[in-house]
Design a protein. Structure first.
Length: 332
Protein backbone atom coordinates (compact mmCIF):
# COMPACT_ATOMS: atom_id res chain seq x y z
CA UNK A 1 0.00 0.00 0.00
CA UNK A 2 1.27 3.44 -0.91
CA UNK A 3 1.95 5.68 2.08
CA UNK A 4 -0.71 8.18 3.07
CA UNK A 5 -1.22 10.60 5.95
CA UNK A 6 -4.23 12.42 7.39
CA UNK A 7 -3.65 16.14 8.03
CA UNK A 8 -5.74 18.13 10.52
CA UNK A 9 -5.50 21.74 11.69
CA UNK A 10 -6.56 22.88 15.15
CA UNK A 11 -7.33 26.50 16.04
CA UNK A 12 -9.15 27.07 19.30
CA UNK A 13 -11.10 23.88 18.69
CA UNK A 14 -9.60 21.18 20.87
CA UNK A 15 -12.94 19.53 21.71
CA UNK A 16 -13.79 19.23 18.01
CA UNK A 17 -10.31 17.81 17.38
CA UNK A 18 -10.70 15.22 20.14
CA UNK A 19 -14.06 14.08 18.75
CA UNK A 20 -12.61 13.94 15.24
CA UNK A 21 -9.77 11.69 16.45
CA UNK A 22 -12.17 9.38 18.25
CA UNK A 23 -14.13 9.08 15.03
CA UNK A 24 -11.00 8.25 13.02
CA UNK A 25 -10.02 5.58 15.51
CA UNK A 26 -13.45 3.97 15.14
CA UNK A 27 -13.23 4.13 11.34
CA UNK A 28 -10.54 1.46 11.21
CA UNK A 29 -8.06 3.62 9.30
CA UNK A 30 -4.44 3.01 10.31
CA UNK A 31 -2.78 5.92 8.51
CA UNK A 32 -0.51 8.37 10.30
CA UNK A 33 -2.34 11.43 11.60
CA UNK A 34 -0.68 14.84 11.86
CA UNK A 35 -2.37 17.57 13.89
CA UNK A 36 -1.05 21.12 13.65
CA UNK A 37 -2.00 23.49 16.45
CA UNK A 38 -2.22 26.66 14.35
CA UNK A 39 -0.89 29.28 16.74
CA UNK A 40 0.13 26.90 19.51
CA UNK A 41 -2.49 28.04 22.05
CA UNK A 42 -3.66 24.48 22.83
CA UNK A 43 -0.46 22.60 22.05
CA UNK A 44 0.19 21.33 25.59
CA UNK A 45 -3.30 19.82 25.81
CA UNK A 46 -3.10 18.35 22.32
CA UNK A 47 0.30 16.83 23.04
CA UNK A 48 -1.39 14.44 25.47
CA UNK A 49 -3.24 12.89 22.51
CA UNK A 50 -0.08 11.83 20.68
CA UNK A 51 0.79 8.15 20.22
CA UNK A 52 2.43 5.91 17.59
CA UNK A 53 -0.17 6.98 15.03
CA UNK A 54 -0.86 10.58 16.08
CA UNK A 55 1.77 13.33 15.77
CA UNK A 56 1.24 16.82 17.20
CA UNK A 57 3.01 19.90 15.80
CA UNK A 58 2.58 23.62 16.35
CA UNK A 59 3.27 27.02 14.84
CA UNK A 60 4.01 30.15 16.84
CA UNK A 61 1.27 32.12 15.09
CA UNK A 62 -1.95 31.33 13.27
CA UNK A 63 -1.01 30.78 9.62
CA UNK A 64 -4.58 30.41 8.46
CA UNK A 65 -5.86 27.26 6.77
CA UNK A 66 -3.66 27.35 3.62
CA UNK A 67 -0.57 28.39 5.59
CA UNK A 68 -1.11 25.62 8.14
CA UNK A 69 -1.70 22.97 5.47
CA UNK A 70 1.37 24.14 3.53
CA UNK A 71 3.42 23.92 6.74
CA UNK A 72 2.51 20.24 7.08
CA UNK A 73 2.80 19.42 3.38
CA UNK A 74 6.29 20.88 3.12
CA UNK A 75 7.43 18.84 6.11
CA UNK A 76 5.88 15.59 4.91
CA UNK A 77 5.98 15.66 1.10
CA UNK A 78 9.06 13.42 0.90
CA UNK A 79 7.55 10.87 3.25
CA UNK A 80 4.07 10.19 1.81
CA UNK A 81 2.42 9.63 -1.58
CA UNK A 82 -1.04 10.89 -0.59
CA UNK A 83 -2.48 13.39 1.87
CA UNK A 84 -6.04 13.38 3.17
CA UNK A 85 -6.96 16.90 4.33
CA UNK A 86 -9.61 16.74 7.03
CA UNK A 87 -11.33 19.51 8.99
CA UNK A 88 -11.18 19.04 12.74
CA UNK A 89 -14.92 19.81 13.03
CA UNK A 90 -15.86 16.53 11.37
CA UNK A 91 -16.68 12.93 12.14
CA UNK A 92 -15.97 10.16 9.66
CA UNK A 93 -17.40 6.85 8.51
CA UNK A 94 -15.54 3.57 8.13
CA UNK A 95 -12.68 3.55 5.57
CA UNK A 96 -13.26 7.21 4.64
CA UNK A 97 -9.65 7.73 3.54
CA UNK A 98 -9.10 4.29 1.99
CA UNK A 99 -12.12 4.74 -0.28
CA UNK A 100 -10.54 7.91 -1.68
CA UNK A 101 -7.19 6.22 -2.19
CA UNK A 102 -8.90 3.45 -4.17
CA UNK A 103 -10.02 6.04 -6.75
CA UNK A 104 -6.61 7.36 -7.76
CA UNK A 105 -5.17 6.71 -11.19
CA UNK A 106 -2.42 8.31 -13.25
CA UNK A 107 -4.60 11.28 -14.28
CA UNK A 108 -6.58 11.81 -11.06
CA UNK A 109 -4.99 14.40 -8.79
CA UNK A 110 -7.58 14.86 -6.04
CA UNK A 111 -10.56 12.92 -4.70
CA UNK A 112 -13.41 14.45 -2.69
CA UNK A 113 -15.47 12.71 -0.02
CA UNK A 114 -19.23 12.94 0.40
CA UNK A 115 -19.66 15.66 3.03
CA UNK A 116 -22.95 15.57 4.95
CA UNK A 117 -24.35 17.95 7.53
CA UNK A 118 -23.17 17.16 11.04
CA UNK A 119 -26.54 17.85 12.68
CA UNK A 120 -28.66 16.30 9.92
CA UNK A 121 -26.72 13.45 8.40
CA UNK A 122 -29.26 12.72 5.68
CA UNK A 123 -28.53 16.12 4.07
CA UNK A 124 -25.52 16.98 1.92
CA UNK A 125 -23.03 19.66 2.83
CA UNK A 126 -21.41 19.16 -0.60
CA UNK A 127 -20.16 16.59 -3.07
CA UNK A 128 -17.59 18.86 -4.68
CA UNK A 129 -17.89 22.41 -6.01
CA UNK A 130 -19.99 23.84 -8.83
CA UNK A 131 -18.28 26.37 -11.08
CA UNK A 132 -20.59 29.24 -12.09
CA UNK A 133 -20.40 31.53 -15.10
CA UNK A 134 -20.08 34.55 -12.77
CA UNK A 135 -16.74 33.21 -11.50
CA UNK A 136 -18.05 31.81 -8.20
CA UNK A 137 -17.38 28.35 -6.80
CA UNK A 138 -20.17 27.08 -4.58
CA UNK A 139 -20.83 23.83 -2.67
CA UNK A 140 -22.27 21.30 -5.09
CA UNK A 141 -25.74 19.93 -4.22
CA UNK A 142 -25.77 21.54 -0.76
CA UNK A 143 -28.95 20.86 1.26
CA UNK A 144 -30.09 18.06 -1.04
CA UNK A 145 -30.72 14.52 0.19
CA UNK A 146 -27.42 12.72 0.68
CA UNK A 147 -28.78 9.45 -0.70
CA UNK A 148 -29.25 11.09 -4.11
CA UNK A 149 -25.50 11.64 -4.43
CA UNK A 150 -24.59 7.99 -4.80
CA UNK A 151 -22.56 7.89 -8.02
CA UNK A 152 -18.87 8.44 -8.61
CA UNK A 153 -18.13 11.40 -10.89
CA UNK A 154 -15.49 13.76 -12.14
CA UNK A 155 -15.47 17.24 -10.57
CA UNK A 156 -13.75 20.52 -11.40
CA UNK A 157 -13.20 21.56 -7.77
CA UNK A 158 -13.62 20.24 -4.22
CA UNK A 159 -13.71 21.16 -0.54
CA UNK A 160 -10.52 20.63 1.47
CA UNK A 161 -12.53 19.83 4.57
CA UNK A 162 -12.50 16.28 3.21
CA UNK A 163 -10.17 15.96 0.22
CA UNK A 164 -7.38 13.54 -0.66
CA UNK A 165 -4.58 14.82 -2.91
CA UNK A 166 -1.68 13.02 -4.54
CA UNK A 167 1.94 13.98 -4.08
CA UNK A 168 2.46 14.08 -7.86
CA UNK A 169 -0.43 16.51 -8.31
CA UNK A 170 0.86 18.68 -5.45
CA UNK A 171 4.37 18.80 -6.89
CA UNK A 172 3.00 19.80 -10.29
CA UNK A 173 0.32 22.25 -9.12
CA UNK A 174 2.23 23.86 -6.25
CA UNK A 175 1.12 24.69 -2.72
CA UNK A 176 -1.97 26.52 -1.51
CA UNK A 177 -2.27 30.31 -1.73
CA UNK A 178 -1.31 31.33 1.81
CA UNK A 179 -2.55 34.88 1.31
CA UNK A 180 -6.12 33.53 1.17
CA UNK A 181 -5.81 32.66 4.89
CA UNK A 182 -9.35 31.39 5.58
CA UNK A 183 -11.52 30.85 2.51
CA UNK A 184 -11.57 29.81 -1.17
CA UNK A 185 -8.05 28.34 -1.02
CA UNK A 186 -9.56 24.95 -1.88
CA UNK A 187 -11.44 26.34 -4.90
CA UNK A 188 -8.29 28.08 -6.14
CA UNK A 189 -5.99 25.07 -5.73
CA UNK A 190 -8.33 22.44 -7.19
CA UNK A 191 -9.27 24.71 -10.13
CA UNK A 192 -5.58 25.34 -10.76
CA UNK A 193 -4.87 21.59 -10.69
CA UNK A 194 -7.77 20.96 -13.08
CA UNK A 195 -6.43 23.55 -15.54
CA UNK A 196 -2.98 21.93 -15.34
CA UNK A 197 -4.51 18.73 -16.66
CA UNK A 198 -5.32 16.85 -13.46
CA UNK A 199 -8.74 15.29 -12.97
CA UNK A 200 -10.83 15.76 -9.84
CA UNK A 201 -13.01 12.89 -8.66
CA UNK A 202 -15.83 12.37 -6.17
CA UNK A 203 -16.63 9.11 -4.38
CA UNK A 204 -19.83 8.62 -2.35
CA UNK A 205 -18.20 5.67 -0.56
CA UNK A 206 -16.06 8.06 1.50
CA UNK A 207 -18.39 9.80 3.96
CA UNK A 208 -17.73 12.50 6.53
CA UNK A 209 -20.02 14.73 8.63
CA UNK A 210 -19.14 18.42 8.80
CA UNK A 211 -20.04 21.28 11.15
CA UNK A 212 -20.46 24.06 8.60
CA UNK A 213 -18.09 27.08 8.95
CA UNK A 214 -17.24 26.38 12.60
CA UNK A 215 -13.83 28.09 12.26
CA UNK A 216 -15.22 31.05 10.35
CA UNK A 217 -17.85 31.63 13.05
CA UNK A 218 -15.00 32.45 15.44
CA UNK A 219 -13.84 35.26 13.14
CA UNK A 220 -15.26 38.74 13.77
CA UNK A 221 -12.54 40.74 12.00
CA UNK A 222 -14.05 42.95 9.27
CA UNK A 223 -10.87 42.67 7.21
CA UNK A 224 -11.24 38.90 7.04
CA UNK A 225 -14.90 39.20 6.06
CA UNK A 226 -13.86 41.47 3.18
CA UNK A 227 -11.03 39.07 2.33
CA UNK A 228 -13.52 36.24 1.85
CA UNK A 229 -15.16 38.27 -0.92
CA UNK A 230 -11.78 38.99 -2.52
CA UNK A 231 -10.61 35.38 -2.35
CA UNK A 232 -13.65 34.06 -4.14
CA UNK A 233 -12.88 36.24 -7.16
CA UNK A 234 -9.11 35.73 -6.96
CA UNK A 235 -9.64 31.94 -7.15
CA UNK A 236 -11.23 32.58 -10.54
CA UNK A 237 -9.23 35.47 -11.95
CA UNK A 238 -5.80 33.99 -11.09
CA UNK A 239 -6.50 30.91 -13.18
CA UNK A 240 -9.28 31.29 -15.76
CA UNK A 241 -8.18 31.48 -19.43
CA UNK A 242 -8.59 34.95 -20.91
CA UNK A 243 -11.21 33.79 -23.42
CA UNK A 244 -13.34 32.38 -20.60
CA UNK A 245 -13.11 35.66 -18.68
CA UNK A 246 -14.18 37.66 -21.75
CA UNK A 247 -17.15 35.35 -22.36
CA UNK A 248 -18.19 35.59 -18.71
CA UNK A 249 -17.81 39.36 -18.17
CA UNK A 250 -21.55 40.04 -18.68
CA UNK A 251 -22.43 37.35 -16.14
CA UNK A 252 -19.87 38.64 -13.64
CA UNK A 253 -21.25 42.19 -13.88
CA UNK A 254 -24.83 40.92 -13.64
CA UNK A 255 -23.96 38.90 -10.55
CA UNK A 256 -22.41 41.94 -8.84
CA UNK A 257 -25.44 44.11 -9.65
CA UNK A 258 -27.76 41.34 -8.47
CA UNK A 259 -25.91 41.08 -5.15
CA UNK A 260 -25.88 44.83 -4.49
CA UNK A 261 -29.55 45.37 -5.40
CA UNK A 262 -30.82 42.42 -3.36
CA UNK A 263 -28.68 43.38 -0.36
CA UNK A 264 -29.97 46.95 -0.47
CA UNK A 265 -33.57 45.73 -0.69
CA UNK A 266 -32.97 43.58 2.39
CA UNK A 267 -31.26 46.53 4.18
CA UNK A 268 -27.99 44.62 4.43
CA UNK A 269 -25.92 47.75 4.07
CA UNK A 270 -22.79 46.37 5.70
CA UNK A 271 -22.67 43.54 3.19
CA UNK A 272 -22.82 46.05 0.33
CA UNK A 273 -20.05 48.10 1.93
CA UNK A 274 -17.80 45.06 2.41
CA UNK A 275 -18.52 43.87 -1.12
CA UNK A 276 -17.63 47.22 -2.72
CA UNK A 277 -14.43 47.47 -0.65
CA UNK A 278 -13.43 43.98 -1.80
CA UNK A 279 -14.05 44.86 -5.44
CA UNK A 280 -11.98 48.05 -5.10
CA UNK A 281 -9.12 46.05 -3.61
CA UNK A 282 -9.29 43.60 -6.53
CA UNK A 283 -8.96 46.49 -8.99
CA UNK A 284 -5.95 47.84 -7.06
CA UNK A 285 -4.36 44.37 -7.14
CA UNK A 286 -4.10 44.26 -10.94
CA UNK A 287 -0.29 43.88 -10.89
CA UNK A 288 -0.46 40.88 -8.57
CA UNK A 289 -3.24 39.36 -10.67
CA UNK A 290 -1.21 39.70 -13.86
CA UNK A 291 1.82 38.10 -12.18
CA UNK A 292 -0.22 35.13 -10.91
CA UNK A 293 -1.82 34.66 -14.32
CA UNK A 294 1.56 34.74 -16.05
CA UNK A 295 2.91 32.05 -13.72
CA UNK A 296 -0.11 29.79 -14.20
CA UNK A 297 -0.74 30.24 -17.93
CA UNK A 298 2.55 28.51 -18.76
CA UNK A 299 1.29 25.19 -17.37
CA UNK A 300 -2.38 25.27 -18.32
CA UNK A 301 -3.51 22.43 -20.59
CA UNK A 302 -7.31 22.69 -20.51
CA UNK A 303 -9.15 24.73 -23.15
CA UNK A 304 -11.90 27.25 -22.49
CA UNK A 305 -14.40 25.05 -24.31
CA UNK A 306 -13.72 22.10 -22.02
CA UNK A 307 -14.22 24.33 -18.96
CA UNK A 308 -17.56 25.50 -20.38
CA UNK A 309 -18.83 21.92 -20.15
CA UNK A 310 -18.50 22.14 -16.35
CA UNK A 311 -19.75 25.71 -16.02
CA UNK A 312 -23.28 26.43 -14.74
CA UNK A 313 -25.49 29.51 -15.01
CA UNK A 314 -25.62 31.34 -11.69
CA UNK A 315 -29.14 32.84 -12.08
CA UNK A 316 -31.34 29.83 -11.19
CA UNK A 317 -28.96 28.78 -8.39
CA UNK A 318 -28.80 32.22 -6.77
CA UNK A 319 -32.54 32.71 -7.24
CA UNK A 320 -33.08 29.64 -5.03
CA UNK A 321 -30.63 31.11 -2.49
CA UNK A 322 -32.67 34.32 -2.46
CA UNK A 323 -35.92 32.42 -1.89
CA UNK A 324 -34.37 30.58 1.07
CA UNK A 325 -33.14 33.87 2.58
CA UNK A 326 -36.61 35.38 2.27
CA UNK A 327 -38.15 32.31 3.92
CA UNK A 328 -35.81 32.70 6.90
CA UNK A 329 -36.65 36.40 7.19
CA UNK A 330 -40.38 35.67 7.12
CA UNK A 331 -40.04 32.98 9.80
CA UNK A 332 -38.03 35.29 12.06
Amino acid sequence: MQKAAILILNWKGIEDTKNCLKSIKKSGEIFDIYILDNGGEEFDKLKKLSDKQIFILKTEKNLGFPGGINFLLKKLIKKYDYFYLLNNDTEVEKNFASECLNCFSKKIGFVASKMCKFDNRYILDNDGHDFLNCGDFIPKNRNKLAKLSNKKKFIISGCMGGLCISKKCLEDTGYLEEDFFLSSEDSEWTFRAFLYGWKGFYTPKSIIYHKEHSSQKKIKDKKLIIKQQQNQFFAYIYNAPILLIILNIPWILLRDIFFIVISLCLFRLKQVKFFLISRWYIIKSWKKILLKRKQRSKKQKISTFKILKFQKNFIPIYFIYLINILKKIIKS
